[in-house]
Design a binder for this molecule. Structure first.
Ligand SMILES: NC(=O)c1ccc[n+]([C@@H]2O[C@H](COP(=O)([O-])OP(=O)(O)OC[C@H]3O[C@@H](n4cnc5c(N)ncnc54)[C@H](OP(=O)(O)O)[C@@H]3O)[C@@H](O)[C@H]2O)c1
Length: 330
């Protein structure tokens, strides 16, 4: 590490805005071995949720450029088709295709799982990326709180439902499940007593809680799928300038816009976890900028032992209650 980098490192690490912004990315990227992402992904299949925009789109681009067959999961036909055409043109890949699903809806998730199981023989990489911040409490047409349904239950359902395809891929090499969480989760303990914010709701708190829940589930999946050769990891992208940030946090964007990462910089670690040899050891871990990170900064955000397992059971129960248990292997 250069002397300048070594001198800047503690300053950047101790300052959230610099660490999560583009300066943190640039500082750390200077240390990376470019060969780690020099990976030929031909023969591998990947699925990315929320692939038409921001970080998901950048991950899908990186996978397609490396030759993977990529399934883009999008909810909006127009935005999905536009992303499909753009990704095909930008990467020259003919192996990118589109599946439509509103991932906040269990019936769409069940349909998606069935379609992917029928059309793909294996799944090497699953990137649970789609995410939302919703200012006032909303429920889906199936009665679930929308932030929880989109950010937590969707990733849970897809990981369970696509497990047979992930296991098939893992016969050749470790399959990967990558969850895109957020540094916002450092502010919250997951409230298992009120997982869908029925007692009180704040958009940012519900978001941070859902992101904390994703990290809890990552630990559960690591323990349950790790022995089958499936590596489950979580990463947070720092702060990246995406349509999601501009739409949900306009004041944050106008204050910190100059500091934000590009979507590609925000997506780098998700791509690295998806394809690199070095990330085969990532099972159960949380990352920022290709570096393992602690899960808690504040002591009161820790949950009692067993919370991850109870959250897993709660999610499974929600899916069973909707009669789609078989699609998700539950
Ligand atoms: N950007 C950041 O600084 C940052 C920081 C921390 C964490 N993250 C996380 O990064 C992930 C991607 O966010 P982003 O910043 O790239 O935002 P984005 O540009 O808004 O992308 C979010 C994607 O998720 C999709 N999506 C949302 N709800 C969906 C649903 N119900 N069904 C299907 N797709 C749905 C969106 O589709 P539409 O285009 O149709 O809305 C979009 O493609 C999220 O999980 C977010 O929490 C981002």
């Amino acid at each position: 590490m250069s002397l300048l980098r070594r001198a800047l490192e503690p300053l950047v690490e101790s300052t959230v805005a610099l660490s999560y912004g583009a300066p943190g990315y640039r500082l750390r990227a200077g240390e990376w071995d470019p060969r780690e992402l020099d990976v030929d992904c031909r023969g591998r299949t990947a699925l990315v949720t929320g692939a038409n925009s921001g970080i998901g789109r950048a991950v899908a681009h990186g996978l397609a450029r490396r030759g993977a067959s990529v399934i883009l999961v999008c909810r909006n036909p127009e935005r999905g088709r536009e992303a499909l055409e753009a990704l095909r043109a930008e990467t020259g890949s003919t192996c990118v295709r589109l599946e439509f699903a509103d991932v906040s809806l269990v019936r769409d998730l069940a349909r998606l799982v069935r379609a992917v199981r029928e059309s793909a023989g294996r799944l090497d990489v699953l990137v649970n990326n789609a995410g939302v911040v919703i200012p006032t409490r909303e429920t889906t047409s199936e009665g679930l709180e929308k932030t929880f349904a989109t950010n937590v239950l969707a990733g849970f359902a897809l990981t369970c439902g696509l497990r047979p395809l992930l296991e098939r891929a893992a016969v050749d090499a470790p399959a990967r499940v990558v969850t895109v969480t957020s540094g916002g989760m450092y502010t919250q303990r997951f409230a298992l007593e009120d997982p869908q914010s029925e007692r009180s709701y704040s958009g940012l708190r519900a978001y941070a809680q859902s992101k904390r829940a994703q990290v809890l589930l990552n630990g559960e999946f690591a323990a349950r799928l790790g022995p089958c050769g499936i590596v489950s990891s979580a990463m947070h992208p720092g702060w990246a300038a995406t349509p999601g940030v501009a739409g949900a946090l306009p004041r944050f964007e106008s204050l910190f816009g100059w500091l934000l990462r590009t979507p590609e910089q925000g997506a780098d670690t998700a791509l690295w976890l998806s394809v690199s040899e070095a990330a085969k050891e990532a099972n159960g871990r949380l990352y920022l900028d290709r570096r393992q990170r602690r899960e808690h900064v504040l002591p009161w955000t820790r949950s009692p032992e067993g919370t991850g397992a109870r959250l897993y059971d709660y999610c499974a129960e929600l899916l069973r209650a909707r009669g789609d248990a078989a699609d998700f292997g539950l």
